[in-house]
Ligand binder design. Sequence first.
Ligand code: N7H
Length: 499
Amino acid sequence: MPQNDDPVLDLHEIQGDVLIGLQKNFQNFIFFRILDVPAFKAAMRGKVISQITTTLQAHERDLINQQRKKLGEKVIEPWLGLNVSFTKVGLTALLGDGRPQIIVQKNGQNDDRFELGAADGTVIDALNDPSPTTWKSTFTSDTIDGVFFVTGPDEKFVKDATRDLRTDLGGSVTAIHTEMGRVRPEAQRGHEHFGFLDGVSQPGIRGLTKRSNPKLEPNQGLPGQDLIWPGEFVFGYPGQHPTNPVERGPVPAAPNVPWLSNGSLMVFRRLVQLVPEFNTFVRGQADTLGMLPEQLASRMVGRWRSGAPLLLAPLQDNIALGKDPALNNDFEYASDPTQLACPYAAHIRMTNPRDDPSQNKAGVQTHRIIRAGIPFGPEVGQDEATVTVRPRGLMFVCYQTSIEQQFEFIQSTWANNIDFVGGKTRPPGRGRGAVTPHFDPIIGQASAGEPRSMDEPVSNYPAGDTTSTLVMPNPWVVLTAAAYFFVPSITALREVLMT
Ligand code: N7H
C-alpha cells in the first residue's frame, strides 16, 4: 500500500527499463548514429515513440509474471520491450549546438559527467579505466548518438523486432555496434557468467515498490530492501535526504533543462569476464590458503553462488535462503563489525556498505544505483578449461540522476579505494593496527593495471585468528566499451527532442 508521503510517479512517462527493467530473455543493444536528422525525427514521431515500453507497461507485466509464478504457471509472453537513449553527441545532433547542458545539481555539487562522456580523460583517470584505445573500436570516439534496447522472450523474436525497428527508421540511422545480451540457460538462469545469482539487491522505490510489511517496516519493500526516494534515479522527484535515510530530500535538477523530468541518466559498460581464468585462480589460491574454492569465491563476492549472503550464511551455502527474496537481502553490516562473516572488500559490501558503522547510512543511500544489465556471449566451452577463447561477460547498465555521485562514486571511491571501508582496526588476536581492505576483487581497478589484493579471504568465522591476504595479479573483469546516456521521458521525446 502506498503511504501518505509517497510521491506519485508518472509511470506512463518513464521508460520501462529505468525503475523496473524490461522483461527479457534476450536484449539487443543497437548503438546507432543518426544519418538524417529530419528523417529520424519523423520516423520516431510517426512510428517508434508509440512502441516504447513505459514503466507502467513494465510494471503491469511484472505483476502478471509474479502472479503466474505464485500459481506455478510457466507461460512466456511474447512481450516486446523497446527503449531509447541518447549520448551528449546525440542530443546535440537533435537539438543543435546551443542545446542546454545536462549539468546536474545534487547535494550542493555540480555533476558534468554526462557532458564529458565515458571516454573523457578525466573520467578514465577517475575510474582507473583502461584506455579507450583498448576498447572495441566503435566505442573509441564520439560516434554513438544513441542506443535502442529491444527485448523479448527469444532470440528470433528480438531479431525480428529489431528488423521491424530498422524498417521503421528507414535510412535515417546506421547501427554502428549491435550486441545481443542473453539470460543464461536453465539452472544458470538469473546468474551471471561467474555463476552467481544476480539482480538480488535493488533499491526499492518510494511510490512504486510494494511494502511487504507496511506497519512494522514502512521504509522497506521486501525485507532488507530500503525504500529510496525516486529522485535518485528519475528527474523531477525528491531524492534522498543527505543526513536522514528516510526523509525526503531535495529534487536533483539541471537548471535550464525543463525536459529532464521523468528522464534518467544511464551508464553502459561492456565488461568482459574471464571465466576460466577466474575459476583457475580461485582453485589455485583456495588450495594455497587451505580453503574450498566455493568458500573463497563467496568471500570475494559476499554471497554464495545461490545468492545466499555471507552475513546470513557465513560458513556454507544455503540454497533455499539464496532463492528466497523475502530472506536473501535481509541483513546489515553493523552486526559484523570485524569482517568475521563477510570481508570488508567483498563485492557487495564495497558497492553497498549498508549500515556499516564507519559510514553514515543516509550518505550511503545517496550512492545507490538501479542495475539492469544482462550477460552476453556463449557459455564456457570444453575447449576453454583455463583460457577464454570466446568473449563473454556482462552488458552492465545502471540508472541514476548523478553519474558522478552514484555509479562513478561506487567504482572509484569505494571499489577502487584500498582504504575503504576506513577506520577499522584488527580485533585482539588477529594482528594489530588499522585494516586496509584493499580492492573489490570483482570490479576494483588499480591504476595502470597494477596487481590488486584483498584483505582477509580466509574466514575467521566464528572465532578464528588468521590474518590473510589474497593477491590478484590480473583482473577478470575487463572494460571493453563504455558510454553515458540520457533516457528521456515520453513527453520529452514527443514534444522536444523529435520536433
Ligand atoms: Fe555487481 N558478481 O557476479 O560478482 N554484483 N557485478 N556491480 N553489484 C552483485 O545483489 C558482478 C558491477 C553492484 O546492494 C552481485 O544482485 C559482476 C558494477 C551493486 O548488496 C553479484 C560484475 C557495479 C550490487 C555481482 C559486476 C556493481 C551488486 C550480488 C561485472 C557498479 C548490490 C547479487 C562483470 C559500479 C549490492 C545482487 C547490494 C551486486 C557480480 C559489476 C555494483 C553476484 C560479475 C560495474 C551496487
